[in-house]
Design a binder for this molecule. Sequence first.
Ligand SMILES: [Zn+2]
Length: 167
Amino acid sequence: MSWTLTVKRRDTVPHMNGVVERFTAGVGHCPASSSDGAPPTLPDLEDEAVRLGVRVTWQELPAGYCGVYDWTRCRIVLHDGLTPVQARCTLCHELEHVRYGDRVCGGKGEARARRRTALRLVSPVAYAAAEQVYDGCAWQIACELGVTMQVIGDYRQILHDSGMVWQ
Ligand SMILES: [Zn+2]
């Protein structure tokens, strides 16, 4: 793919009635869509956006925002101050909103996007290994797996909900 991310610092602030992500604890793996089992990288997700028909642009967003799915213009806007890890997690999350046609960030759609993002970005094997190596320290596990703390929190919630406990 010849697609590359374009930094559009001069863009106007995007329409904020779309699906807006705020910085809380950051954002956050879908067995269903990871055909080869390897969690997608940021470039993988950029290619995925192209396949789903949405542009990915970067620009400064208002304080507290890390990404927006502007469905009115078929684009995802990422805050240009995001680290690569934050961008990967945010883009993965936004792509789930795209995939399901969510038009607001909240309720069932939001819960689904967070869950699917955690399942897509966290490899169960890598997670189990990191849990042991880092004695359960979420911050070190997040660093090792290249995801945000929120994704680790969401992944742990999924494990908890499914009755699995890592020791
Ligand atoms: Zn969302």
